[in-house]
Design a protein around this ligand. Structure first.
Ligand code: PHE
Length: 468
């Protein structure tokens, strides 16, 4: 089976062939997969959710979900993709028992991808806008009222919100139109280390601030009473979101994996690196929160109001600030590309559209869907069916409902329908690696434990047991 090569020009293929594109090397696989995992989830979602949900207890549940639910599912998705070498719908059709409807997981995944991108692209829009504003030097201030006001001025202006979103969509679409996993692979390989370095620097500096002690105990000393079923569901949803699982992204990337790649080892490395980036972001942000009198529960604006305040204290602050948001934009770009790849490759391989047309159609749909989220802080701010804005609904439904439900379905598929032998063959590279024992354990987990656990957390979190 081919491990690389130019992208297929045969639009009508629905099955794996040697002419599909793929990642070119082990490092490329790692960079692209990590590029998908690391994104706004680390720098924007992780700190704001940890802050809003009481800190350490949330972090602990998040860690447990990542290890015992996220990691096995990530391995499962990659294995499915690499076995089938096709988009998620075709992959499941190919591997499912005759006549079974498992391919619907791919359809749901595509819907989830659109829903996530609808709000994600708007947060990337804020990041892009912040790069521009930081360069013009008018963002820095250690006064919380001031930094909050700058953020509000941006998100409450419908014209800016929409324009920046379109800039982002055009940018991401442009990269995909160039046909580039190459460009992105190359870019992420160079720039991810830079993001890491900047976060270490920022975290180190932040820890010298007077609020550091309070921040550390907030992050690492759990207050058990704050852990409610809803908090557990949010933490589990974050684990899904962070690892890009439950909606076909990892299946799609798995289909580009080289035949030699050790799937469990790669997944573990990606998970650990992703986790470190999140923790570093937390260390950079929370000391500032407590030192400058922000609220840890500030929500989506947290990063945008605290980080400028920290940089305001440092020499060369505006340059560092621009660099920080630029790298965040790059991290988000890697994640966004992997999200967009799901509908694009489905439209390309199943509907027979050329890749450019599939990309344009995806962008068009996204322009429409995304507008609802972009305007959620301005024109549509009072439109809150069920107590949430469209932005919040897209965020809530994807992480707390669609991704976990997708996770249940994928676990059941691998545990019951696909068969342990095929799964073990993927994990051990057909017997070349000693992963058979591991495959057995993961397979048992996926069969009996993962789906039940996810279902229980979902039901409890949605208030089914409390009758709420
Ligand atoms: N993991 C990405 C992030 O943390 C988001 C993402 C979710 C990407 C689902 C792909 C699929 O930002």
């Amino acid at each position: 089976m081919s491990k690389s090569g130019p992208s297929s020009t045969d639009a009508s293929r629905t099955h794996a062939t040697t002419s599909r594109g793929g990642f070119s090397s082990s490092l490329g696989v790692l960079a692209a997969t990590l590029g998908s995992a690391v994104g706004l989830g680390n720098i924007w979602k992780f700190p704001s959710l940890t802050g809003a949900n009481g800190g350490a207890g949330f972090l602990l549940i998040y860690l447990l979900s990542t290890l015992f639910i996220g990691l096995p599912l990530m391995v499962a998705e990659i294995a499915i993709g690499r076995q089938a070498r096709a988009n998620p719908i075709s992959a499941l059709r190919q591997l499912q028992p005759r006549g079974a409807p498992w391919w619907l997981i791919g359809v749901a995944g595509m819907a989830a991808a659109f829903l996530i991108m609808a709000f994600y692209s708007e947060v990337v829009a804020w990041v892009f806008a912040y790069v521009a504003k930081a360069l013009s030097g008018n963002l820095l201030s250690s006064d919380p009222v001031q930094t909050q006001a700058s953020f509000d001025a941006l998100v409450r202006d419908p014209v800016q919100a929409l324009l920046w979103q379109w800039v982002v969509l055009a940018f991401i679409g442009g990269i995909l139109l160039l046909g580039v996993t190459r460009g992105i692979e190359a870019a992420t390989k160079r720039l991810m280390p830079l993001l890491f370095l900047l976060l270490v620097l920022l975290g180190g500096y932040s820890l010298t601030l007077p609020g550091a002690g309070q921040a550390l105990s907030f992050l690492f000393a759990p207050e058990w009473h704050k852990i409610t079923p809803a908090v557990v569901l949010t933490a589990m949803g974050l684990a899904f979101f962070k690892l890009s699982i439950g909606m076909g992204t990892m299946m799609t990337y798995g289909s580009y994996f080289t035949a030699e790649q050790n799937i469990p080892a790669t997944a573990t490395r990606v998970m650990l690196a992703d986790l470190s980036v999140s923790l570093l972001a937390g260390m950079a942000i929370f000391p500032a929160v407590f030192s400058f009198g922000f609220q840890p529960s500030a929500g989506p604006s947290l990063v945008f109001i605290t980080i400028p305040a920290v940089f305001a204290q440092m020499p060369g602050g505006s340059v560092l600030l621009a660099a920080f948001f630029l790298l965040t934009a790059i991290a988000a770009t890697g994640a966004m590309l992997s999200l967009m790849e799901v509908p694009v490759v489905i439209l390309h391989e199943r509907w027979g559209l050329s890749r450019p047309r599939a990309t344009l159609l995806t962008l068009l749909i996204l322009g429409l869907l995304g507008a609802g989220c972009a305007l959620s802080q301005s024109t549509l701010a009072t439109f809150q069916p069920g107590g949430r804005t469209l932005f919040d609904w897209a965020d809530y439904l994807s992480s707390n409902l669609l991704l976990p439900a997708g996770g249940i379905a994928i676990a059941l598929f691998v545990g019951w329908a696909w068969g342990e032998r095929a799964f073990a063959a993927q994990l051990s590279n057909h017997g070349q690696l000693g992963n058979q024992g591991l495959a057995r354990v993961v397979s048992l987990l996926l069969r009996w434990v993962t789906p039940v656990l996810i279902l229980l957390v979902m039901l409890a979190g949605l208030g089914v047991f409390s009758g709420a």
